[in-house]
Write a protein that binds this ligand. Structure first.
Ligand code: ADP
Length: 180
């Protein structure tokens, strides 16, 4: 499933983001930047130790990464050249600024990709696993933030692909993309 925004597009696929061949993949990291479960663990396992080394160096330089922010490292052994690590908000019921923080994750990740001149970026569904953000609420926020960036920023990547890990999430994002 895909939708065009001028000469850019958003694509949705069902799959494993560690196998993505986009210029960068985005990691749903935690504030420590030192790895975790879910997609974070899978990316570090597949990409090897070079990614964690760079994360540790960033942490020493800048401290913890707060929710909504993003940093970029090598892709190590992954097919993707870079990993962009962004920290999603933990779902606390919806009144703690979760939607705006989630939107910042996508915008700040795309800003890093644009600064590097990348033409393709792949995202997982940030915050909808361990962090508990309901997928039906996350999907329009995620897709809306990306669509806005693609429409408004001149140097944005030309393809943004959401690589969704299960049928339910894929279906939810498909409906939200159609409604956008
Ligand atoms: P968070 O802590 O931000 O909620 P999780 O990693 O727990 O992050 O989950 C985010 C989403 O990533 C969930 O939908 C989960 O099913 C999905 N996911 C887990 N592993 C992968 C993978 N290898 N590729 C793509 N998505 C994945």
């Amino acid at each position: 499933m895909e939708r065009e925004f001028g000469d850019r597009k958003i694509q949705l696929v069902l799959g494993d983001i560690t196998e993505e061949r986009s210029d960068a993949i985005v990691n749903a990291a935690n504030s420590s930047l030192l790895g975790g479960g879910g997609v974070d663990g899978a990316i570090h396992r597949a990409g090897g130790p070079a990614i964690l080394e760079e994360c540790k160096a960033i942490r020493q330089r800048c401290g913890e990464c707060p929710p909504g922010m993003a940093v970029i490292t090598t892709g190590g052994r992954l097919a993707a050249r870079y990993v962009i690590h962004t920290v999603g908000p933990v779902w606390r019921g919806g009144r703690a600024g979760e939607e705006s923080l989630l939107s910042s994750c996508y915008r700040n990740s795309l800003r890093l990709a644009a600064e590097k001149g990348l033409s393709s970026v792949a995202f997982p569904s940030i915050s909808t696993g361990i962090y508990g953000f309901p997928a039906a609420k996350a999907a329009p926020v995620a897709l809306g933030a990306v669509a806005r960036f693609l429409s408004e920023e001149e140097r944005s990547p030309s393809i943004v692909r959401f690589v969704l890990f299960d049928e339910g999430t894929f279906h939810t994002y498909s409906e939200a993309l159609a409604d956008l």
